[in-house]
Design a protein around this ligand. Structure first.
Ligand SMILES: NC(=O)C1=CN([C@@H]2O[C@H](COP(=O)(O)OP(=O)(O)OC[C@H]3O[C@@H](n4cnc5c(N)ncnc54)[C@H](O)[C@@H]3O)[C@@H](O)[C@H]2O)C=CC1
Ligand SMILES: O=C(O)[C@@H]1CCC=N1
Length: 264
């Protein structure tokens, strides 16, 4: 596969790292405005770095756009004449609808919207996908690409904003929970490095338990909470302080903000 990543910033570079580690491309073109910080990618023989989007598009079959929403239209317009029937156009741009993309490059193109997260760099992204009518034929291919770097789920486009909050912003939310747990562990006597290790591996364990067993979180909680024990004491205090409620309210605020950005 010949892949171009147009906009090698936070997300674009995470995708590039994920593709490299999963061995998923024969050649990769990475573009951004200032390429100085990308020089370490040059050690991979099949990675080309530059600022020329047109050259990257012309040399690739799969085009992944990861630029800021305000730049996307101009960039798409600048490469539109190079697009051919086999190009698969994958946009990670928040709030930029398939309808708008079709208006810029035509509805006969394979257009896919993808919402990955930065854990794609280590092969553990949860990526949501949707496509235009033509792009339905390439959803399987897109799923195969993203499944090499985690998990993917095809959803209706109307859910893409919600997916952005849960999966993309979700990385920040989980990081803050891990950080808070780390601070608690330090207060209980662990040094900072030990505390973070305890927090992040326990987080991974909780997640793996659900993934592998398919069980409900409350069933796993029941297995840990000894009657009159320390777990239920801590859990109930967290709920008195609004743990679940604050998470749900934060998620809804984040969603409201995306809706405002889109309207703006
Ligand atoms: N950061 C994240 O976790 C996620 C971001 N997204 C979406 O992905 C997009 C990119 O987000 P970030 O990576 O955070 O932004 P970023 O600002 O880190 O990266 C954007 C990159 O595009 C480059 N760029 C700007 N103009 C360009 C041009 N004309 N040609 C080529 N490259 C150009 C910039 O130099 C920059 O490196 C946004 O639309 C965002 O909504 C989606 C999911 C997760
Ligand atoms: O914070 C944001 O608006 C973007 C979208 C998802 C991750 N970063």
């Amino acid at each position: 596969m010949k892949i171009a990543i147009i906009g090698a910033g936070n997300l674009g570079l995470s995708i590039a790292e994920g593709i490299l580690h999963s061995g998923g491309a024969t050649t990769m073109h990475l573009t951004r405005r200032n390429t100085a910080s990308l020089s370490h990618f040059e050690e991979y023989g099949n990675v080309h770095i530059g600022s020329d989007n047109r050259a990257a598009v012309a040399a690739s079959d799969i085009l992944i756009f990861a630029v800021q929403p305000g730049h996307f239209q101009q960039i798409l317009e600048s490469v539109a004449d190079l697009l051919h029937d086999n190009h698969v156009i994958i946009s990670t741009i928040t709030g930029f609808s398939i309808e708008r993309i079709e208006q810029l490059i035509g509805s006969d193109r394979y257009i896919i919207r993808a919402m990955p997260n930065t854990a794609i760099s280590v092969g553990h992204s949860m990526t949501c996908l949707c496509a235009n009518t033509a792009g339905q034929k390439r959803l399987e291919l897109a799923g195969a690409i993203f499944n090499r770097m985690g998990h993917s789920m095809v959803i209706p486009e109307a859910r893409m904003q919600a997916a952005t909050v849960i999966c993309a912003s979700g990385i920040a939310f989980w990081m803050r929970l891990i950080r808070a747990t780390t601070q608690g562990a330090i207060q209980l006597g662990f040094d900072a490095e030990e505390a973070q290790k305890l927090a992040m591996h326990t987080c991974r364990g909780a997640s793996e338990l659900l993934i592998r067993s398919g069980s409900h979180p409350e069933a796993e909680i029941d297995r840990v909470t000894t009657p009159m024990g320390c777990t239920i004491e801590g859990l109930n205090e967290m709920e008195h302080q609004g743990l679940s409620s604050s998470l749900i309210r934060g998620i809804v605020s984040s969603y409201d903000k995306i809706s405002q950005i889109r309207k703006g």
